[in-house]
Write a protein that binds this ligand. Sequence first.
Ligand code: APR
Length: 239
Amino acid sequence: MIKTAAPIVVLTGAGISKESGLDTFRDAGGIWSKVRIEDVATPEAFARDPDRVHAFYNARRHSMLDADVKPNAAHLALARLEKTWPGGVLIVTQNIDNLHERAGSQALIHMHGELLKSRCGRCGDVQPCLDDLSVAMACQACGELGVLRPHVVWFGEMPLHMDAIEEALACAGLFISIGTSGNVYPAAGFVEIVRDYANGHTIELNLEPSAGASAFNEAIYGEAGIVVPAYVDRLLDKL
Ligand code: APR
């Protein structure tokens, strides 16, 4: 039985945005079946061939800005949970899309960054970014040419806001993991922090068992657009 005063931490991955029209990474036909991580998603790839890395993220930004890409029932259900749950809800997303904020979620951490922002590799300035990035551009803050990059976390880089995330996990009464394959750390280890430090209940909502499925107390398998609203209803029915 989850206490209604218990803080909830929700971890989301690419699976929650699949029904909104965005590709996952490791499913059949997913992004990493078409391009190699080491060609587009590492600091070394950017140093070697920045045009290629920019082209990859520019194409993903175009897909994300397509008028048909909208928050789905799972994003909307989590925003409803945040508005209603007495103990508070924090969403920690691995996704670089903006679908949680468009659904109305406010307590949200983008641990892998945001595709609609650029960052200067020299001075660290972060700016909104709706257009293509290229090596020909200069940083608005320091004026340096060719150093702008997407504000995303690449393999080999430290995810963002880890102190705040670990603090929230260590006192979570409930941890809900949605649409993530459990292959990428540190996110894949969050379930253990909640279990070992907070003694909280842990549940996985995914299309299929993730790599870390056995670490969870409970699991419900199905499409996020179906199982997430149903689980949120189950929680809110107790109030
Ligand atoms: N509903 C729920 N789950 C789904 C759906 C759906 N409609 N469609 C797919 N899934 C599940 C898949 O079964 C899979 O377990 O979502 C998961 C997606 O896993 P990945 O593609 O590995 O995505 P994710 O876990 O978010 O990846 C983590 O790896 O390369 C990266 O930086 C990138 O943030 C990303 C990180």
